[in-house]
Design a protein around this ligand. Sequence first.
Ligand SMILES: [Fe+2]
Ligand SMILES: [Fe+2]
Length: 404
Amino acid sequence: MNATQEKHIAVVGGTFDPIHYGHINLGRAALSALHLDEVWFMPSGSNNYRSDMGIRAEKHHREAMVKMAIAGEERFAFSDWECAQPGSTYTSRTFAQLNATFPEVTWYYVVGADTLHSLKYWEEPELICNSVVLLAAGRGEQVTSGELQATAQTLRTNYGADIRFIPWEDMPVSSTQVRARYREGSFAREDLPPGVYDYMTSHHLYQSLEWLSDQEILDRCDATPEERGYYERLATMLTPRRLRHCLGVMHMAMLLADGYRNVSMEQARLAGLLHDCGRTENNALNALGHAPAGAQVARRLFGVKDESVLSAIRWHTTGRPGMTELEKVIFVADYIEPFRGHMLHLDKARRIAYTDLNQAVTFMGESTVRYLESRGEDIDPITLETVNYYRGLLKKQPIPGQYQ
Ligand SMILES: [Fe+2]
Ligand SMILES: [Fe+2]
């Protein structure tokens, strides 16, 4: 390798929920202490599970705030390395992948000095220590304390860690404090990096969706003017409760698309909003018939031409074998949307949904079958076909029944 190609890049990681000046100063401290080519701000790819009720910010909102906060800062760069992956990510795996992908780069990981104390409890601490140079940022008396030096020495001895202390004026601010004070209304715009406060308020972040009006949920979802028009039309067709459910499915579909990144967020949002447009009050169609009717209503009344969206509306109640990713997202979002209060095992269903969509479809299909059986209601043959198809993918036996 040509020595001139070598690069030195430091990573500042975290959930950035939201990003604040403490994070920015961590990056600045690294730049001041070493000759670095870049500092990457890399939001963690946490799986949105904690944001489904809206108390935490959605992944794409966290990313947007980081981009705003570092704009114009020399040698600061945004990285979606972790956010682009579904599910939770681990620092150890991230740096192992970064080393494999960019062999010319020496990687540094910037942490608050106190973080060293907890490093041994992280996932695969030895792999972290072997993959990066740890830049432990702290105040003078903090980094020279016997306790911290002893911890650093233990990490060097046990894991071969390369730890360098860098001066940093720790700031009395944390994301937890920011969220709490923001909810109390005691936070000012200038207390956060440029743009972050305005972004938080315009998207109504850090507030439960239950507290938000319908219009505020549309803001939270970045709904387009066209989608807002669809909402107004839906409001003349559906009960307020059904309308609210549609907004919940819209938000949840957006979260799942945000998590998996193989589904268009725009398609997920639109299909979520319109998925129950066939379930009008004066429509005699039962729980099953409203889905194919909805696809027709979306096409004829709303003018939706996107066949993928129409198909997701068509199959949202029964599912079908071999669903597209968008169809799975709508099927699952309908089951776990934030305003659902009565479904069985809802918490478990939500956790699965952020981990594996095929498992989620299976779990929710099985729950639906059990529920209908317990009430002695008819089960649509396609529902059973769907459940057994996805059970087959997971190598589970088919559910016995007359429809096999
Ligand atoms: Fe429905
Ligand atoms: Fe629904």
